[in-house]
Design a protein around this ligand. Structure first.
Ligand code: GDP
Length: 299
């Protein structure tokens, strides 16, 4: 599985930029480091992180710590892994039954796909999973979840479009309890008419869940699209004002994502990155692994 990461991440601006840089400029000098900084910033790593990383490498290079480009790359690898290691905190849906996961994020980021992939993963691990079609704002979202559930034999609790999301999710938690399910994954709207409407809806969902289980939701998982760069950061900032996000999923890192946004997210929020999406197949949602990720980006 770890080998798949390299294959999926090699198309990113980060991986391509770095590989081109070290081929073109294998000599250890200040120009190499200037270009390295530009490459990292261009790959969405963020200005502060890129500058701090490069200045540390520059200081060490001037002290002749690196014999060659490989030694410099090894130091870069270590520094990058160190920045991601703190956010590598896997999500195991245990410790409560049912373990309630509320999935939030704006439309189009891969929320429904991620719910399907998570359901598959946890079911394949032997858990009984139930889904709640809580994005009642979009008829297509309810249909998409139901279709997925039918195809995969995972029950989906849904009401019609326009139904009260909190009521759907409350019913689903009751159903999950009476069936003895292990995990309930609840979809939520990605956008309502107003930001205030979404905030009211999410807080109402949290409130009604707590009537049945004071600790629910056990995880509020925010899904973000890795191809949207700085925009992904502002989405997290916005959602954190609406609801207490406890973990992130970064999708589409296999496509046109630049690759660096994960570093910017780790620096700015320090929120656990639970999973990353490396493709459209069910098995392409992988628990975040800092070393595999960095190794996938480096030449
Ligand atoms: P939602 O509106 O947030 O529910 O988004 P969807 O789940 O419908 O996903 C939107 C599109 O993104 C779909 O075409 C998915 O197949 C695609 N997608 C989701 N996750 C990934 C991923 O990790 N990699 C790639 N390449 N595509 C993804």
């Amino acid at each position: 599985a770890k080998r798949g990461w390299r294959e999926r991440l090699s198309g990113s601006a980060f991986a391509r930029g770095l590989s081109a840089l070290f081929t073109r400029h294998p000599k250890l000098d200040d120009e190499l480091l200037d270009e390295l900084e530009t490459t990292l910033i261009g790959a969405d790593v963020g200005v502060e992180t890129s500058s701090a990383l490069v200045e540390d490498l520059r200081r060490r290079m001037h002290k002749r710590e690196f014999a060659d480009a490989d030694a410099l790359l090894a130091a870069l690898r270590q520094a990058l892994v160190a920045r991601l290691a703190p956010v590598q905190q896997p999500l195991r849906p245990d410790g409560a039954k049912p373990f309630v996961v509320l999935v939030v994020g704006i439309n189009g980021v891969g929320k429904t796909t991620t719910i399907g992939k998570l359901a598959r993963r946890w079911r394949d691990e032997g858990r009984e999973v139930l889904l709640a079609a809580g994005d009642t704002f979009r008829a297509a979202a309810v249909e998409q979840l139901k279709t997925w559930g039918e195809r995969n034999g995972v029950p989906v609790i849904a009401q019609g479009q326009g139904a009260d999301a909190a009521s759907v999710i409350f019913d689903a938690l009751q159903a999950a309890r009476s069936r003895g399910a292990d995990v309930l994954i609840a979809d939520t709207a990605g956008r309502l008419h107003t930001q205030g409407g979404l905030m009211d809806e999410l807080s109402k969902i949290a409130r009604v869940l707590k009537k049945l289980d004071p600790d629910a939701p056990h995880e509020v998982l925010m899904v973000i699209d890795g191809t949207t760069g700085q925009n992904a950061l502002s989405q997290v900032r916005q959602f954190r004002q609406l609801v207490g996000v406890t973990g992130l999923v970064v999708t589409k890192l296999d496509g046109t994502a630049k690759g660096g946004v994960v570093f910017a997210l780790a620096r700015e929020f320090g929120l656990p990155i639970r999973f990353v999406g490396l493709g459209e197949q069910a098995t392409d949602l992988q628990p975040f692994d800092a070393e595999a990720y960095v190794d996938g980006l480096l030449p």
